[in-house]
Design a protein around this ligand. Structure first.
Ligand code: PBG
Length: 331
């Protein structure tokens, strides 16, 4: 027998061999593209810290959706910037709220050829920017649950396919599941932001969604950078009826994604958040990294760690690079 018997390089010799044994195969079927919707008409407003991403008015929402569909991306998650905000975030559960209006418009235009997810949180709608209602200068968990449940019902009523609670209130999945079931939405899935860390990587999103807290921070509800506690949070959301569990952010928490994947049979999502996007865009703009390669490696890593689904601002570009052969040439 020649030495060595094993030569891993045998399977690396040609593009077709490498393709045959590729462990992680990327597809836009598994990506969700976030969209920011704002009040007003005929506007497409650039988001400074997220180059290539925009705030759209409802009348122009067809532009990014058509581009995404053309690239092969069919799932969207909506975030809203309301006209006005108040102490209790009424805009989140208003029948004519910004996201409710956007969902109805997407349903009218695209029917079931798009999958519409709706983020369920109050921070974009509260004057103080916190994810729940304030009592004695603290976010009141149980008083917030009712409002989150109302928000989820209102988004499902508008036509959302999936609701995605992100407020990190204890018991939010159960409160939302009950409220949806009582109103006949027994078939509406919940994608739970189960392990959501108090991360600096949401910075650009808070500019995009105008949702930075006016005082304090989110450390009393979002998680410290712990792994066991993340698994506890996921366990609770699974018990409460989550259909899909999410880890957020993705890149600093690949170990958590892997641990969740290993312990639960449910689909696992990961949010490749705004700050992760901004870092790639900023370095690429300086010519310090190659954007397409960086995104290919990043999305491969998140899926390889165990995420079935990735929410990413790169979704449309990535789908184009898949389709036009840019990525095949790199693999
Ligand atoms: C709402 C929410 C946030 C994100 C998604 N939903 C912001 C936050 O928790 O402060 C962040 C997404 C991103 O950074 O891309 N609570």
């Amino acid at each position: 027998m020649g030495f060595p018997a094993h030569r891993p390089r045998r399977l690396r010799q040609t593009p077709l061999l490498r393709r045959l044994v590729r462990e992680t195969v990327l597809t836009p079927d598994r990506w969700i593209f976030p969209l920011f919707v704002r009040a007003g008409r005929n506007a497409r407003e650039a988001i400074r810290s997220m180059p290539g991403q925009f705030r759209w008015t409802v009348d122009r929402l067809g532009e990014p959706v058509d581009q995404a569909l053309e690239a092969g991306v069919r799932a969207f998650i909506l975030f809203g910037l309301p006209e006005t905000k108040d102490e209790v975030g009424s805009g989140a559960y208003a029948e004519d709220g910004i996201v409710q209006t956007a969902i109805r418009e997407l349903r009218r235009r695209y029917g079931s050829s798009v999958l519409v997810l709706a983020d369920v949180c109050l921070c974009e709608y509260t004057s103080h920017g916190h994810c729940g209602v304030i009592r004695d200068s603290r976010v009141d968990n149980d008083a917030t649950l009712d409002l989150l449940a109302r928000t989820a019902v209102s988004l499902a009523t508008a036509g959302a396919d999936v609701v995605a609670p992100s407020a990190m209130m204890d018991g939010q999945v159960q409160a939302i599941r009950r409220a949806l079931d009582e109103r006949g939405f027994t078939e509406t899935p919940i994608l739970a932001y189960a392990a959501k860390f108090a991360s600096c990587f949401y910075g650009p999103f808070r500019e995009a969604a105008d949702s930075a807290p006016a005082f304090g921070d989110r450390r009393a509800y979002q998680m410290p950078f712990h792994r066991r506690e993340a698994l506890h949070e996921v366990a609770l959301d699974v018990e409460e009826g989550a259909d899909i569990v999410m880890v957020k952010p993705a890149l600093a928490y690949l170990d958590v994604i892997a641990a969740v994947r290993a312990r639960w049979p449910l689909p696992v999502a990961a949010y490749n958040v705004s700050g992760e996007y901004a870092m790639v865009k900023a370095a690429a703009a300086q010519g310090w990294i190659d954007e397409a390669r960086a995104v290919l490696e990043t999305l491969t890593a998140i899926h390889r760690a165990g995420a079935d689904i990735v929410l990413t601002y790169h979704a449309v570009d990535a789908a184009r690079w898949l389709r036009d052969g840019t990525w095949d040439a790199l693999l």
